[in-house]
Each structure stands twice: as structure tokens, then as C-alpha cells.
Design a protein around this ligand. Structure first.
Ligand SMILES: NC(=O)c1ccc[n+]([C@@H]2O[C@H](COP(=O)([O-])OP(=O)(O)OC[C@H]3O[C@@H](n4cnc5c(N)ncnc54)[C@H](OP(=O)(O)O)[C@@H]3O)[C@@H](O)[C@H]2O)c1
Length: 242
């Protein structure tokens, strides 16, 4: 809802990956408050159900759908379900992400590399592959990829995560050029340290860190731009260094 009480996303369909907790949940709550029917996906049914129930109790419309973004069949099933039920997707937020911030790259197990890159980068390829055709058909849409400030800087003990996010930025800038002719905006949001379960952020003052609602606020701004306006990238920093 906006300050004047209007709901600018009424009638819109939004899909938020990793929408059950953390930043994704805050984004889902915000989009639902703005009137969008919001589909939250992730791997844990219980977490998704809790998020959907809270959003619905607050007067929003939300569905929980289990989906592993690292598995193409799972993402394709989600897109088919959304297409069958709603016939459209107006907003896709690629938020699902994992990391390992505990060891140098030479100590990282190959399975951990696969888990991180398959979720953070391949997963976004899979969702765009599955959802973009719906948006192209409608000649309209917003795809928002939640990257990280780690896509701009070195991240010792988080090299696989940083690599996945640097890759995500390259993917985002390129797909933005592919899809803008269809009036589809592909943007990337790069938040700094944010309070969530992703990382303990050792040595940082959590009170100075961003909150998930701060990232949700940026998403809300991106999806309410005028049609001729396209903010392609937002770097979001805590005001004071945590
Ligand atoms: N926290 C930060 O400081 C920070 C800073 C910059 C950017 N980010 C980015 O923000 C995004 C959200 O992170 P967060 O901080 O909110 O972390 P979080 O609390 O750990 O949430 C991660 C979400 O991703 C979902 N997820 C993980 N693997 C998945 C998969 N294979 N398929 C579908 N969903 C999956 C999780 O649900 P399930 O486990 O149930 O699948 C969970 O809902 C990530 O992309 C992260 O890289 C975070």
C-alpha cells in the first residue's frame, strides 16, 4: 500500500523465489501489501506456508509453492502452474540464494561450489528461461535479480558466492538488453550486509546493517516506475558501515 492508501499492484502477479524467509519474505509481504497476488517459492513447505499465512492474514493474496530453483523440472512446473492459474507473470524476483563464508576457495568442497552456483546463478537462468516467454507474450514485465555488494568487491572466504553474484550481474545486464524490446525491465539489486539467516556477518554491528524491508523498499520502487523509466541497477548500502 502507498502513503495515500492505494494499491498500485492490484491485479498483478508476482513470483518471489526464496520468499519464505529473510529478504524474500519481506519482498513478498511488500508486493502483496501493494496489491499483487504473490507466489512465494522455496524448498521448505513449512516455511512457505508460514509466510503465505502471515501475508494472507494481513489482507494480502499469497500462494506457497515448493520449488527448487536449482532443478529445471521444478522451475518449469512452477511456471506451468502460474501460467495455468493466472495466465501471466508481471513481476519475477530472483531472490533465492545460498553461500558459504567460512573457508578459502581451495578448501571449498566441489559440492558446495555446485550448490552455490546452481542456486544463485543457474537458478536465475532457469527461472528466466521458464517465465520470460509469459512476459514476452504480454509485452510487459519486471525481472528483479537480487545480487549483492559482493558482486562488486572481493569477498575472501566467500569466493564461490562472489563468483555467482558477479556472474549474476553479467547475466542481468545482458538479459536486460535482450528483453527491453518487449518492454520487460531486467534489473539487479546489490544490497550490502542485511540482517538474515544467510550469514552471521562476524564482527559487524547488526543494528547498522540493512533490514530485509530496506531491500523490499527498493523492489517496490523498481516495480512502480513509469513505463518509460528503467533503473537497471541499484547498489544499496547501509548508511553507516556496520
Ligand atoms: N543477507 C545479506 O547480507 C545479503 C546481502 C546481499 C544480498 N543477499 C542476497 O539476498 C538473497 C536472500 O538472502 P537472505 O539474506 O534473505 O537469506 P536467507 O534468509 O538464508 O534466505 C534464503 C532464501 O533462499 C531460499 N532458497 C535457498 N536455496 C533455494 C533453492 N535451491 N530453491 C529455492 N529457494 C531456495 C531459502 O528457502 P529454502 O531454504 O526453504 O529453500 C530462503 O527462503 C540471496 O540471493 C542473497 O544472496 C543477502
Amino acid at each position: 500500500m502507498t502513503n495515500d492508501g492505494t494499491k498500485p499492484l492490484t491485479g498483478k502477479i508476482a513470483v518471489v523465489t526464496g520468499g519464505g524467509r529473510g529478504i524474500g519474505r519481506a519482498i513478498a509481504e511488500r508486493l502483496a501489501r501493494m496489491g499483487a497476488t504473490t507466489i512465494v517459492c522455496g524448498r521448505s513447505q513449512e516455511t512457505l506456508d508460514a509466510a503465505a499465512q502471515a501475508i494472507t492474514s494481513a489482507g494480502g493474496q499469497c500462494e506457497a509453492v515448493v520449488c527448487d530453483v536449482g532443478r529445471l523440472s521444478s522451475v518449469e512446473a512452477l511456471a506451468a502452474r502460474v501460467d495455468k492459474t493466472f495466465g501471466r507473470t508481471d513481476i519475477l524476483v530472483n531472490n533465492a540464494g545460498v553461500g558459504d563464508f567460512s573457508r578459502a576457495l581451495h578448501q571449498l568442497a566441489p559440492d558446495d561450489w555446485d550448490r552455490i552456483v546452481n542456486t544463485n546463478l543457474r537458478g536465475v537462468f532457469y527461472t528466466i528461461r521458464s517465465f520470460a516467454p509469459m512476459m514476452i507474450k504480454a509485452s510487459h514485465g519486471d525481472i528483479i535479480n537480487i545480487s549483492s555488494i559482493a558482486s562488486k568487491n572481493p569477498l575472501p572466504n566467500g569466493a564461490a558466492y562472489a563468483a555467482s553474484k558477479w556472474g549474476l550481474n553479467g547475466l542481468s545486464y545482458s538479459v536486460a538488453e535482450e528483453l527491453r524490446r518487449y518492454d520487460i525491465r531486467v534489473s539487479v539489486v546489490c544490497p550490502g550486509s542485511t540482517q538474515s539467516e544467510l550469514s552471521p556477518h562476524p564482527g559487524k554491528d547488526s543494528l547498522k546493517m540493512l533490514r530485509p524491508s530496506d531491500v523490499a523498499h527498493v523492489v517496490a520502487m523498481l516495480v512502480t516506475q513509469a513505463p518509460q523509466s528503467f533503473a537497471s541497477e541499484v547498489v544499496l548500502r547501509p548508511t553507516q558501515k556496520p
